[in-house]
Design a protein around this ligand. Structure first.
Ligand code: 3H9
Length: 651
């Protein structure tokens, strides 16, 4: 065996076994491709070899092309040529798919003459997540192997085919339950006497008809939310069906290379790596997190219920505490509603929802939290109330229980003032709805122990969230930038720009809502009350346009009007004569602004605030800020985040 290579070659009688061994995910980087070419040449020339088993080392088959190479020009040998050589080989290649086969990995398996699957095998083409389309024949071979209807969801909608699906669709020949490689060798030996099957690219494909394409296009366009890749993947598939595989392949390759060089793909790649590194902050390398099994949540309002649902979904036991029976009952009802909504959206079965709900114990008061490993406080944003909760928790809980506050604005140092063992105190700032939103800001306090901080990151991982460490400042990273964004947007409105034009420009940029629609949805009164509280403390806070609206009773959708008017029971923003009248004095003459100019100003404001946050060491890097914006505030993923965007677009 040649063992120092990333493609290992072994012989067993007439069968050669090629194992791709390129940790961590067996990606098809340059060295692997070079070695595969060599392996193909050697095996084609060797008359004693009758069949080839191709597999992956470890638990994966192949995780795809090496994404780190996508910032460079494509290097020879390229994957499509390599796969063609396998497909045209004069002896059969058996892809022994022992686990995930993603992107180029799945394409590699499709080019082999046969696929043998282990129980954990899965085929997927997740290229669209990276702003590209499959670039090595995936859009052409898969529809010819399993039919267009079965191929489309994989190519353009992120669906995967598991082992049993692969058998049902005829994508895989056989399921191997035990002794995977040995069984694959035996099958290859036995099947090598058969004539070579028709290569995937030469198989017939049936056009499912215009209605299918129209329906798929509408569905994919809607789900893509402005991203280019999903529709481009559909187009490549359709073109190959209409005009045949050779034209389809050429179009696929050209589109892949064009998209690979796009800003959108660069943004998505950047986020791919940022999201992964976020789970492993270098400062915590080697620090072992504490073990968390049972958790407690104090406060069963919207946040407390959302946090409880997130914890239950991740398999934790939760003790949910409220101050009285009626509030607890309301909270538990809200929790049930979350689980029935999840079941409706097919996130789990109704029974599974009930099993998860059975892990919550509702209690009145704090006494029952004594055995929790972690308690998260999510009571009303009131300093004295929070201090009181932690004062009591300190007496009730074990001395090693981690105590966390979910405050979004109050300085956690003041909240935790009375806690004797500061090392166990931390901020865990969830975003609403907490069972849905991916962002978790982890607030490290001066006294927080490293293993407690590491536990915060471990918790985020288990909850499927994206953790970002934030230092202490008003609003932490996200709400501080949001404030700057809103101030800048209001500044434009004061200077004559129509707020509806600002909303439209930000929607066009990729946000689901513009800043004023968003305020109407969330309610203008929350930030108004914050400003009023600060004014009451003697801080100099100038009157905002939002203040004028709230003082006139316009608090947003919930009062039938804020920036916009709303018809009863409808969320569609309508122009408001009253708003125009109320704000007339505070604004200059109307001024037109190009959408591009509006976007540039608002993103610049966010990025400028981001730079200050970095200078103050509140965040650990520009990626942290971008992750906060993308996962907590709806910044369009395809634009990477304000720091990435302003860096790419700096002239
Ligand atoms: C493609 O194939 C294009 C083709 O159609 C055409 C070509 C011509 N490359 O996620 P993890 C790193 S496009 C380079 O934490 P897990 C990752 O950054 C590709 N590096 O592990 C991390 O590094 P670090 C289509 C990669 O077990 C480490 O591996 N394929 C790649 O939770 C571990 O990753 C995809 O889009 C890669 N392809 O999940 C699949 N993948 O340790 C992308 C991972 O330094 N990958 N890394 O932080 C995944 O979805 C997951 O990584 C996977 C494993 C499910 C495979």
């Amino acid at each position: 065996m040649m063992s120092d290579l990333s493609v290992k070659l072994e012989r067993r009688g007439p069968v050669a076994i090629a194992t791709i061994d390129n940790p961590p995910v067996n990606a098809l980087g340059l060295a692997v491709r070079q070695q595969l070419v060599r392996v193909i040449e050697v095996l084609e020339a060797d008359d004693t070899v009758r069949a080839v088993v191709l597999t992956g080392a470890g638990s994966l088959f192949v995780g795809g092309a090496d994404i780190t190479e996508f910032d460079r020009a494509a290097e020879q040998p390229q994957l499509p040529e390599l796969l063609e050589r396998i497909e045209r080989a004069c002896k059969p290649w058996f892809a022994a798919v022992n686990g995930l086969a993603l992107g180029g990995g799945a394409e590699l398996a499709f080019a082999c003459h046969y696929r043998l699957v282990g129980p954990t095998a899965r085929f997927g083409l997740p290229e669209i997540n990276l702003g590209i389309i499959p670039g090595a024949g995936g859009t052409q071979r898969l529809p010819r192997l399993v039919g267009v209807e079965n191929a489309l969801p994989v190519i353009a909608e992120n669906r995967q085919i598991d082992a049993s699906g692969a058998l049902e669709l005829g994508l895989a020949e056989t399921l191997i339950e035990n002794d995977f490689v040995e069984a694959a060798i035996a099958l290859a030996t036995e099947m090598s006497v058969r004539p070579l099957p028709t290569p995937a690219l030469a198989l017939q494909v049936t056009d499912p008809g215009e209605a299918f394409w129209a329906d798929a296009t509408a569905r994919i366009r809607k789900a893509a939310k402005g991203a280019s890749a999903p529709l481009a993947a559909l187009e490549a598939l359709r073109l190959g069906v209409d005009r045949g595989a050779p034209e389809g392949l050429a179009f696929e390759r050209e589109t892949f290379l064009r998209l690979r060089a796009s800003d959108e793909a660069a943004a998505l790649r950047y986020l791919f790596f940022a999201e992964r590194s976020a789970l492993r902050p270098p400062a915590l390398k080697g620090v072992t997190p504490r073990r968390i099994a049972s958790t407690g949540v104090v406060g069963a309002g919207t946040m407390g219920v959302g946090i409880t649902a997130a914890l239950l979904n991740a398999g934790y036991e939760v003790t949910l505490s409220e101050r009285d029976g009626a509030s607890l009952e309301r909270g538990l009802k809200a929790l049930e509603a979350v689980f029935s909504a999840q079941a409706k959206r097919k996130m789990h079965t109704v029974e599974e929802g009930q099993t998860r709900l059975a892990r919550v114990k509702g209690v009145v008061g704090l006494d029952n939290l004594e055995n929790c490993d972690l308690v998260i406080e999510a009571v009303f944003e009131d300093l004295a109330l929070k201090q009181d909760v932690f004062g009591k928790l300190e007496k009730v809980c074990r001395t090693d229980t981690i105590l966390a506050t979910n405050t979004s604005y109050i300085d956690p140092r003041r909240i935790g003032e009375g806690i004797a063992a500061q090392e166990r105190f931390i901020g865990l700032h969830f975003f609403s709805p907490a069972q849905v939103m991916k962002l978790l800001e982890i607030i490290s306090l001066p006294g927080t122990a490293a293993d407690v901080l590491a536990t915060g990151f471990e918790l985020a991982k288990r909850l499927g969230k994206v953790p970002v460490r934030s230092g202490i400042c008003e609003g932490f990273i996200g709400n501080r930038i949001l404030k700057r964004y809103r101030v800048e947007a209001e500044f434009m409105v004061r200077n004559g720009v129509d707020f509806a034009a600002i909303d439209a420009a930000m929607r066009e940029f990729g946000y689901a809502m513009g800043p004023f629609e968003m305020q109407d949805m969330a309610g203008l009164d929350v930030s108004f009350l914050n400003r009023e509280a600060a004014r009451a403390r003697g801080e100099q806070i100038p009157e905002t346009l939002g203040d004028i609206l709230v003082r006139a009773g316009r608090k947003g959708q919930k009062t039938g009007g804020g920036w916009y008017d709303y018809a009863p029971g409808d969320r569609k923003p309508l122009p408001s004569a009253e708003t125009s009248h109320l704000l007339a004095e505070a604004r200059t003459a109307p001024k037109a602004a190009e959408p591009k100019e509006i976007v540039a100003r608002l993103i610049k404001a966010m990025a400028d605030e981001g730079r200050l946050i970095l200078e103050e060491r509140i965040a650990d890097g520009p990626e942290a800020i971008d992750l906060v914006e993308v996962h907590g505030y709806g910044f369009p993923r395809t634009k990477g985040g304000p720091m990435f965007f302003s860096y790419r677009n700096a002239s």
